[in-house]
Ligand binder design. Structure first.
Ligand code: NAD
Length: 253
């Protein structure tokens, strides 16, 4: 018996990386899963691969910055599965630049996807969670919330998500909804591959440099983050809310 049997989950940015690993882990634990991503083709492909291995899942286009798309997808999930128990606000982008070179668009697009996207998805989902008096919202923060050169936009968004998480935990707690955040360190995904490219390094060089600063002496994999997200999504975590769990191979990376 899986740890999420009968549960319904919506994972944003589930086409690849941490979101995909989370959707796959949830499905293996018995959840019915919606994989939402701006890249609808990949989301649909990954979902049908999961269906082939016995999961109940579907992929759909959703831009988390669009209120209409977000509300439409939440309704589709509830229409198809009858409920929505778990929301993982995972969709993310980076537009790294030092402050003197950071454009208005670099700033706005990062805050839009991470902060506004998480707000829109959480507001749409909580309606059904509150009605059912059960819910789990898990937000993706980052060690960058503690400050990182070249990431003023991303760090501000990821720190903002921690305040958002704690506030929703207070507001939604009375309705049986827990709200927590996972803050990964260096994880091997397309996001960090793009960082290597931007820095003019091979991915291996970036992984080696990152690993040197990680007490456990290894880089993280999407599955490591999915395991932490799963904990917050389970019934067993029912007395844990408003927390930020660093998944970084040490106290911080
Ligand atoms: P990734 O780039 O591999 O995947 C991100 C996914 O989000 C992609 O499929 C992309 O299409 C989707 N996406 C982007 N904008 C979207 C939008 N507006 N609406 C819907 N989907 C959108 O990234 P990842 O490394 O898997 O990161 C996932 C989350 O974890 C992000 O929030 C990221 O900030 C966070 N995080 C990652 C790391 C890391 O080292 N990889 C570290 C800390 C935090």
């Amino acid at each position: 018996m899986g740890r999420l049997e009968q549960r319904v989950a919506l994972v944003t940015g589930a086409g690849q990386g941490i979101g995909l690993a989370t959707a796959e882990r949830f499905a293996r634990e018995g959840a019915r899963v919606c994989l939402a991503d701006t890249n609808s083709e990949v989301a649909a492909q990954e979902a049908s691969r999961m269906v082939d291995s016995g999961a109940d899942a579907f992929g759909i286009r959703m831009d988390v910055t669009s209120r209409l798309e977000v509300e439409g997808v939440v309704e589709r999930v509830v229409g198809r599965f009858g409920r929505l128990d778990i929301l993982v606000n995972n969709a993310g982008i980076t537009r790294d630049e030092l402050i003197h070179r950071m454009s208005d668009d670099d700033w706005r697009s990062v805050l839009n996807v991470h902060l506004t996207g998480t707000f829109l998805c959480s507001r749409a989902a909580q309606k059904y969670m509150v009605e059912n008096e059960y819910g789990r919202i898990i937000n993706l923060s980052s060690v960058s919330a503690l400050g990182r050169r070249g990431q003023a936009n991303y760090a501000a968004a990821k720190a903002g998500l921690q305040g958002f998480t704690k506030t929703l935990a207070i507001e939604l707690g009375p309705y049986g909804v827990t709200v927590n955040a996972v803050a990964p360190g260096f994880i091997e995904t397309e996001m960090t591959r793009r960082t290597a490219e931007r820095m003019g390094l091979s991915f291996e060089e970036l992984v080696n440099a990152a690993t040197e600063e990680i007490p456990l002496g290894k880089s993280g994999k999407p599955e490591d983050v999915a395991a932490a997200i799963l904990f917050f999504a389970t019934e067993e975590a029912s007395f844990v809310s408003g927390q930020v769990l660093y998944v970084a191979g040490g106290p911080k990376s």
